[in-house]
Design a protein around this ligand. Structure first.
Ligand SMILES: [Zn+2]
Length: 217
């Protein structure tokens, strides 16, 4: 891979991947196959749309709020910064962000935490002690005009926490990407290219997300 090749930060969708407790996960079944005498291969997928790399829409927590097709596509594409959060940090607070990011926040902020060091996105067993953003972190993100926040495990908020983190981000119009594989991605500035699929009325969508390294100057 040359240093200017895109970096795929999406999780491969399969029946062997970490999923939220209670989720049916992902499966793919064959509809047609030449082995069965069919002319072509054709398969069907079944999945919870919060499986793998995905975006949550505000309607995930408030059925009357914006759905995934109503999110601004411009938030999903453009300059993005992968910020390393200290490996010893178990929760990303506003103070943690202030020291990791500095006074001016990037438009798109991707948090590379101890989740990446632990490679827990590659472990099929769900790990409830993942690092995530607390409400003070969400307040910091909202106050700094961030368009999009991304995290390297399956939820932006801690397991078994209140939904305040999600709600504060949604109230501020921040797009939330979850399940980003940042393990092989160095901290720094990139161009993010990510898009939800077009699912009118849905509360989430799978996303294919890549980072384009910025041209060396
Ligand atoms: Zn979700």
């Amino acid at each position: 891979m040359s240093r200017n090749d895109p970096i795929d930060i999406s999780m491969p969708l399969s029946s062997v991947m970490p999923i939220w407790p209670g989720s049916p996960g992902f499966s793919r079944s064959m509809l047609l196959h030449p082995d069965q005498g069919d002319a072509v291969v054709n398969s069907a997928v079944s999945m919870d749309i919060h499986v793998g790399t995905h975006v949550d829409a505000p309607s995930h927590h408030d059925p009357g709020a914006a759905t995934v097709d109503e999110l601004p596509l411009s938030s999903f594409i453009g300059p993005a910064t992968v910020v390393q959060i200290d490996e010893t940090c178990g929760v990303v607070t506003g103070d943690v962000l202030e020291s990791a990011v500095g006074p001016s926040a990037p438009a798109r902020l991707l948090l590379r935490t101890a989740n990446s060091e632990r490679q827990i996105l590659k472990d099929p067993e769900f790990q409830p002690d993942f690092v995530a953003l607390d409400p003070s972190g969400a307040a910091w993100v909202a106050a700094h005009g961030v368009l999009l926040i991304g995290i390297d495990y399956l939820s932006i908020q801690q397991f078994s926490s209140s939904n305040d983190t999600h709600k504060m981000l949604f109230d501020a119009g921040v797009v939330v990407l979850e399940g980003l594989d940042l393990a092989d991605c160095a901290p720094g500035d990139y161009t993010l290219v990510s898009l939800p699929i077009h699912l009118p009325g849905a509360e989430a969508s799978p996303v294919r997300a890549i980072l384009l390294p910025n041209e060396a100057t």
